[in-house]
Design a protein around this ligand. Structure first.
Ligand code: GUN
Length: 296
């Protein structure tokens, strides 16, 4: 069956990378090279893969990146001391502390320690607050910003649309809702955030013009939960057992793609939808941090 309704996240991300590359060239004229520091604590397998991908994209674009590795046993004080060093380093324009952090480390204290001007992840409370207030001088977390760009660049109508977000996490659900409810261009949506305690979640989904699934449950969104023609964005990354795979497992999203796709208007493939956009927005945020730091 031809799949004509796919939102090609890879192609859209490439377009953003091309825009970012031009901004990097403009910085180079002023002898500024964007610098991005990754911090990874422990060896969470998904984090190893994600940080590796972000490093490769940085190198390809000409962003100076360096990964700082701490052992799983590192103390919160050691991590905060590293962040302080990176905060003070003028060659570092962006700092990304990869989540999840080990349970003995207070993630909220860690993210609050990253200087807001270097917080390209948008996790510092100053940037969280600016997003909520509609203040564009802050940094928006990369995954929700990437989903927003997918909708904009696919010309999905957002103003007045009924949007259902599945998941209320700090990385996707909450900032996604903040972005889409703003009284601003490419926003003005009516947003419902559904979660584990939501009564009649399928009923909410069936009213939605746009569903953004970030709930972390493999193939959670079924065809009978969507309105015909709805736009479906799959943020999920779930590892499920697969005896046919060499590794014994494979990754699937939060959407039951085979069944939902024929009924959807637009839909993201997974992989190849949201993932590449997260990286594209991280690169763009980093270049913006470098521009702002070197503008004075
Ligand atoms: N873990 C999963 N997504 C993200 C992200 O966007 N940023 C960071 N720092 N960690 C993550």
């Amino acid at each position: 069956m031809p799949v004509a309704n796919l939102i090609d996240g890879r192609a859209i991300a490439e377009g953003i990378h091309a825009e970012t590359a031009r901004r990097i060239e403009a910085l180079a004229v002023r002898e500024v090279k964007p610098g991005l520091a990754f911090v990874r604590v422990g060896e969470d397998p998904a984090s190893v893969v994600y940080v590796g991908m972000k490093e490769r994209h940085s190198a390809k674009l000409g962003i100076n990146s360096r990964t700082h590795l701490l052992p799983e046993s590192a103390s919160e004080a050691e991590l905060l001391a590293l962040i302080d060093r990176l905060n003070a380093d003028p060659a570092v324009h962006g700092i990304l502390v990869q989540a999840p952090l080990p349970a003995h480390i207070g993630a909220a204290r860690v993210y609050a320690r990253v200087r807001p001007e270097k917080d390209v992840d948008g996790f510092n409370p100053v940037n969280v607050g600016k997003l909520m207030l509609g203040d564009p001088t802050g940094f928006v977390p990369c995954t929700p910003a990437g989903v927003h760009e997918l909708l904009i660049r696919t010309s999905v109508p957002i103003a007045g649309a009924e949007v259902v977000i599945l998941g209320r996490g700090n990385i996707v659900g909450k900032p996604m809702a903040s972005l889409l409810i703003q009284k601003a261009r490419n926003a003005n949506a009516t947003v419902t955030v559904c979660h584990s305690q939501t009564r009649d979640l399928p009923g909410h989904c069936r009213r939605a013009d746009i569903i953004i699934a970030a709930i972390g449950v493999a193939r959670f969104l079924k065809a009978d939960m969507i309105k015909p023609g709805a736009t479906v964005i799959d943020v999920g990354v779930n590892r499920i057992p697969d005896p046919q795979a060499k590794s014994g497992s494979r990754l699937v999203g939060d959407v039951d793609f085979e069944n939902v796709q024929p009924k959807a208007g637009w839909i993201t493939p997974n992989p190849g939808g949201v993932g590449p956009m997260t990286i594209a927005l991280l690169m763009r945020n980093t270049v913006r941090a470098a521009e702002l730091a070197s503008a004075a």
